[in-house]
Structure formats: structure tokens, C-alpha cells
Design a protein around this ligand. Structure first.
Ligand code: TYD
Length: 208
């Protein structure tokens, strides 16, 4: 079996840059690595992603949103993550269940337990071996996104600053709840430091 590593963080925390750096470093060490993302990563889940994140879908109910994320997660897990793990690969996944727990469960107010239970149905016990949480204030994160003109703006990006503060609070609760699995990385630092701190967490985990 390979290793399943998820990356989590608020908007503009630098996840995609960090994930590329970790992939390069691990491949140089001879590991087989795949990088993927949620929601999406495979055709059916990308179709679901389109429905969830479309800025036109202002009428979407919170529970519908949570169920769609769980549906996309299931398909992506079955079609891509589980087969790669079975081939001994390291799977680096941009977001997984913790995103649902904090965005839908905490920030939208659906409840951690409720969102956990629909996700348990979807994932059947497949949890990441390690999760890196890139911690950044919403003010820093959103200002990075504004500077990066290339990045698409989605339905969750345009939520209020208060929503993004709740997302961060939710992650901090999860850090306390799962101290063995989730590692905190300070993402207020410059991107080189964030990348090397994140990589060190992964290397320490692989050594252990
Ligand atoms: P994306 O453009 O991939 O954002 P980011 O670069 O911040 O990861 O969009 C994913 C959005 O979906 C992001 O705002 C977080 C949100 N999300 C949830 O609310 N719940 C989830 O379970 C997942 C996977 C993502």
C-alpha cells in the first residue's frame, strides 16, 4: 500500500504551489507520486465540481452542497485514489474530508457530526495517513488571490470574510481533534519557507 496525504487550508494558503514542490522532491527520491484535487480529479467528479462551484448557483442549499462534495469525493476515491494506493503510490490530494467538515460542517453550520456521517458513507474508512494544514489568515489569503489574476474565482471564494474566519476556526478545532493525523504549517511565511516546512513534515512522516 502507498501513502495517502491530503493538503488543507483556506483560500490563498499556497496549497497548489506546496503540492508541486512536495511532488518534485518525493519523485527525486524515487517515489511514485500522483497529485490530484477535490472536488474533481476525474471526469465525473469534475462535472460535479462545475455544478458546486458555479457562481450562478446561488440557490444551492447547504445540504445539497455537502452531499455533492461527498458524491464527488466517493467517485474520485474509488476511481483514482484507491487504485493508486494499491499500486504503492503516494497520493497527494489537494483537499479531502476536512474541507467538508470545516466549510460545510462548521462555517455553513451543518454540524461536524452530520457532515462526518454522510462522508463516512462515502469514504468507508479511507482516511488520509497524513494531512498538512496550511494555516493563513483570511486577510492574507484573499489578498494573495486578488494579486493572482489568473486564478478563477468560485462560489465559495466570494463568501464574506466572516465565513472564511469560520473556516479557519473550524480547521483549528480539527487540529485539536486529530493531532496525530493533522500537522499545522504556518502559511503566513514566504512561499519558500512554507514549502520547506511542509516538505519536512512529509519527510518526517515517511521516516517514521
Ligand atoms: P478550488 O478552486 O479548488 O479552491 P482552492 O484552491 O482554495 O482549493 O475550490 C474548491 C472550493 O471548494 C474551496 O472554496 C473549498 C471548497 N470545498 C468545500 O467547501 N468542501 C469540500 O469538501 C471541498 C473538497 C472543497
Amino acid at each position: 500500500m502507498g501513502f495517502f496525504i491530503s493538503l488543507e487550508g483556506g483560500e490563498g494558503s499556497g496549497k497548489s504551489t506546496v503540492i508541486k514542490k512536495i511532488q518534485e522532491a518525493l519523485m527525486q527520491q524515487g517515489h511514485e507520486v500522483i497529485v490530484t484535487r477535490e472536488p474533481g480529479g476525474i471526469d465525473i467528479a469534475e462535472q460535479i465540481r462545475h455544478v458546486i462551484l458555479d457562481t450562478k448557483n446561488v440557490k444551492m442549499d447547504g445540504k445539497t452542497e455537502a452531499l455533492l462534495y461527498a458524491a464527488a469525493r466517493r467517485q474520485h476515491l474509488v476511481e483514482k485514489v484507491i487504485p493508486a494506493l494499491a499500486q504503492g503510490k503516494i497520493v497527494l490530494c489537494d483537499r479531502f474530508i476536512d474541507s467538508s467538515l470545516t466549510y460545510q460542517g462548521y462555517a455553513r453550520g451543518l454540524g461536524f457530526e452530520e457532515v462526518l456521517s454522510i462522508n463516512q458513507f462515502a469514504i468507508e474508512g479511507y482516511m488520509p495517513d497524513l494531512t498538512l494544514y496550511l494555516d493563513v489568515s483570511p486577510e492574507t489569503g484573499l489578498s494573495r488571490i486578488e494579486k493572482d489574476g489568473k486564478r478563477e474565482v468560485n462560489r465559495l471564494d466570494v463568501e464574506s470574510l466572516g465565513f472564511h474566519h469560520k473556516v479557519r476556526e473550524g480547521y483549528h478545532i480539527l487540529l485539536k481533534q486529530f493531532p496525530e493525523r493533522i500537522r499545522n504549517v504556518n502559511a503566513e511565511n514566504d512561499i519558500e519557507t512554507v514549502c520547506s516546512d511542509a516538505l519536512n513534515e512529509v519527510l518526517n512522516f515517511l521516516k517514521s
